[in-house]
Design a protein. Structure first.
Length: 315
């Protein structure tokens, strides 16, 4: 059940689901890939499977959703009770009081499922910030190229495929085909292009992405060096804190709002959370969308404007 909390959304857990007693917090904050549309849909899906979920947004001064508001995160106090986090972020520049909430959750060992531009989630403008080490491609205080590379396993590298012209079709990494996170996950097609990626060791590659000729799901993968070898597009890893706590991480360079129209990608993400929480992954999980989900094509200038968080609830 969706609840409008004004500056954020809450979805009450369905009774009897696999996520009973767990609170998953979704952080929507990117200017291009429409996480404000995708994450409320995903939060409702998680709630259908027994999780309590909260969706936090970037807001402007009037309380409207504005993903360009890089210093904003609504209701960061939700992170205090997060058992798991799903992030779809890009170049956030949060003030210290917000970052402290996220940093504390990370240090608790909270598992994270990270989508698309989360490899370059943060760009802290204040070099003296205690959280400057989170900035993408910065190596500070022993962190290797920021939160993306250090925690998630990779930072921003490149558009390996032709952005807005070539899509992604997944192929399973044969050596890891029996990994629990791949339970029930079939072939995924996405309209986002393949990113360049070489996940930091130790990481377990689950899926690689074939660059396709076009954005048509029926298009063939291209011939030549772009697909030889294919880039990793989904991997898992365990990030070890200084005190020994472990964050179990799923990272996928897919995951914009249109990509998540694919049920197999939705299954991959929820499996990543279940694995991160140590919950046995069943053979079947309900990843059907209740309502009419028609995501906006990615882009910087075509987002929905003048809307409150409640307006992104799928109905």
């Amino acid at each position: 059940m969706a609840q409008d909390m004004g500056d954020h959304l809450h979805f009450k857990a369905a009774e009897g689901g696999i996520g009973q007693g767990k609170h998953v917090v979704f952080l929507a904050g990117d200017e291009e890939y429409k996480s404000e549309e995708a994450l409320p849909m995903m939060a409702a899906l998680y709630a259908k499977n027994g999780f309590n979920t909260s969706v936090l947004f970037s807001l402007d001064a009037t309380g409207n959703v504005d993903q360009r508001a890089q210093t904003s995160l609504s209701n960061p106090a939700a992170l205090d009770t997060a058992d798991a986090i799903v992030i779809s972020l890009r170049f956030r520049n949060w003030p210290a009081e917000i970052f402290a909430k996220f940093d504390a959750a990370l240090k608790r060992g909270v598992p994270i499922a990270a989508l698309r531009t989360s490899t370059h989630a943060f760009n802290i403008k204040d070099a003296k910030s205690p959280y400057a080490k989170y900035s993408f491609n910065k190596s500070i205080d022993g962190w290797d190229k920021g939160f993306g590379r250090e925690v998630l396993g990779e930072t921003w590298v490149s558009h390996h495929g032709h952005h807005k012209h070539q899509g992604t079709r997944t192929e399973v990494e044969a050596a890891n085909a029996t990994h629990a996170v791949l339970t029930g996950v079939g072939e995924i097609f996405g309209k986002t292009d393949v990113y360049g990626a070489n996940p930091k060791d130790p990481s377990t590659i689950l899926l690689r992405g074939a660059v396709t000729e076009t954005l048509d799901p029926a298009s063939k993968k291209i011939d030549g060096p772009k697909n030889n070898p294919m880039m990793p597009v989904a991997w898992v890893r365990e990030y070890k804190q200084a005190d020994g706590k472990i964050n179990k991480i799923l990272t996928t360079t897919m995951g914009d709002a249109t990509d998540l129209s694919d049920a197999d990608l939705r299954r991959l993400v929820i499996n990543g959370t279940l694995w991160g929480l140590g919950i046995d992954i069943p053979a079947e999980v309900d990843v059907s969308i209740d309502g009419d989900y028609n995501p906006t094509m990615y882009g910087f200038k075509n987002g929905k404007t003048g809307l409150k968080p409640k307006d992104f609830i799928v109905k």
